[in-house]
Design a protein around this ligand. Structure first.
Ligand code: F0G
Length: 458
């Protein structure tokens, strides 16, 4: 008999979750203005809204919490975290921040000015938000293969080197302060970037004198894919791969809520002292003194421990296999899911699931609401609502992909939960032809509208 995959940890503490029925959920989502962010968590049975800050800490992380040093300046927790970051990433300088977007805010304050152009591989929405807030522009140079959900390509997060070179050579170089590589690439489906691609981007950046910054939220999952998919790295350890990835960059921003398996936290890693000093000023203004930057000592301790655990092969193998477990069940039933499966989430291709819903009625949002009503499953729209309006024309941006992301929190749900999720999604798939219309916008914020948007059923 084939040996099934088993988790590399066992459960010591549990949290009850409430079941609900379809009638209750129909009422709740109506009250939430058809925005899944507005639901109360006890109205959700399996919460796949995000893998960010929703993971379960280990017993070792919890024990580190008790050892936190809460001194304002120079806490031992800061030095513990600094040593973990330098050991794992190789960056000699670091600034703690309260989460990933805060790291973006601080670093971009030091690097980006009005009119700048920031190329990268499908920038995450907070990254794009912080770029556009400074009246600069994010330029997407992801490979075209990323936008075909059926195409089998091992590194759909890759930067298209030709697009990047064209972009760098056809614009004034003083307007391009950096290239941002997001690894894994959340917006293209949790897809990894190859080591070869890191190397090529770095070479090109050096030629043009432009910095490379890695948006590192899921750097360890990226390293796992490099080990499994890039032949020369099969015998490298995850930590060796991580070190090499970062060696191609001048700096990193980190949302520690993902691959460092803590509930809150972030940081910036840098190679250059001058940039560190410049960013330190903004850190003090926005986040806190440079030895805590918005984090408690205990949280820095748990983060240091989480960085070690998040870069262990056995943990990553469990993690990526659990995500694929859900993906395989959906794929086997014919549900259109992005392939290969991403590192942190399964992405349903909503355009292929509900081709009859017009794009102006928010296809992926329509599907996400349907999955909630069906099974109390909360995913998230990665489509037109998230893509927001063009900052100049104020027209809706219709992205190539309309996706529903089912993000799997780390070490939180069992495979039975995912089996339950798959069964409900397959039920919706079987009655998909009955879903004919979507939603219109009743209220939206001027930037990052998806968090607070209010919708009406058409
Ligand atoms: N970069 C990437 C690639 C992200 O996925 C996120 C957050 C951030 C930066 C910002 O970090 O949330 O700590 O401020 N992604 C979450 C998600 C929100 O659900 O994918 P943050």
């Amino acid at each position: 008999m084939n040996i099934p995959f088993a988790e590399s940890y066992k459960i010591k503490m549990v949290e009850p979750i409430r079941r609900s029925n379809c009638n209750e959920r129909e009422q709740w989502i109506k009250e939430a203005k058809y925005n899944l962010f507005n639901l109360q968590s006890n109205q959700v049975f399996v919460d796949l809204l995000t893998d960010s800050g929703t993971g379960a800490m280990s017993d070792r992380q919890w024990s580190e919490m008790m050892l936190g040093d809460e001194s304002y300046a120079g806490a031992s927790s800061y030095y513990k975290l600094k040593s973990a970051i330098t050991e794992i990433t190789g960056f000699p300088y670091f600034l703690p921040t309260h989460q990933g977007r805060a790291a973006e805010n601080v670093l971009f304050s030091a690097l980006i000015k009005e009119g700048d152009l920031i190329p990268g591989n499908s920038h995450f929405d907070t990254t794009k938000g912080h770029i556009e807030f400074r009246k600069a522009k994010a330029i997407d140079c992801t490979i075209d293969e990323a936008f075909d959900t059926t195409l089998d390509h091992p590194f759909k997060g890759n930067v298209d080197i030709r697009k990047l070179e064209k972009m760098l050579s056809s614009n004034p170089i003083e307007r391009i302060p950096m290239i941002i590589i997001t690894a894994t690439c959340n917006s293209s489906g949790g897809q990894p970037v190859s080591m070869q691609n890191f190397r090529e981007v770095s070479k090109l950046a050096k030629k043009f004198g432009v910095k490379v910054i890695i948006d590192s939220a899921r750097f360890a999952e990226n390293a796992y894919f490099i080990k499994i998919r890039e032949k020369e790295y099969a015998n490298h350890s995850i930590r060796e791969i991580v070190k090499e990835m970062f060696s191609y960059a001048d700096g990193m921003t980190m949302s520690s809520k993902k691959d460092a398996i803590v509930n809150m936290g972030g940081f910036i890693g840098l190679r250059d002292q001058e940039l560190f000093q410049k960013a330190s000023v903004f850190n003090i203004m926005f986040e806190g003194f440079i030895t805590y930057g918005g984090m408690s000592g205990r949280d820095m301790n748990a983060l240091a421990q989480g960085l070690y655990e998040g870069t262990e092969f056995d943990y990553l193998e469990t993690r990526i296999n659990q995500v694929a477990f859900l993906g395989e069940m959906l794929k086997a039933a014919g549900v259109p899911v992005q392939y290969p499966f991403g590192g942190h989430a399964i992405f349903i291709d909503a355009k292929r699931f509900l081709p009859q819903v017009p794009k102006e009625q928010f296809i992926a949002q329509t599907l996400a609401v349907e999955l909630y009503i069906e099974g109390g499953i909360r995913g998230v729209e990665i489509g037109t609502i998230l893509a927001d309006r063009d900052p100049e024309t104020r027209e809706n941006r219709f992205p190539d992909l309309e996706l529903v992301r089912l993000a799997i929190p780390r070490r939180t749900y069992t495979n039975n939960h995912l089996h339950y999720v798959a069964a409900h999604i397959i039920n919706v798939w079987e009655r998909r032809n009955d879903i004919k219309t979507g939603y219109s916008i009743h209220y939206e914020a001027p930037i990052m509208r998806h968090f607070t948007v209010e919708l009406e059923k058409i």
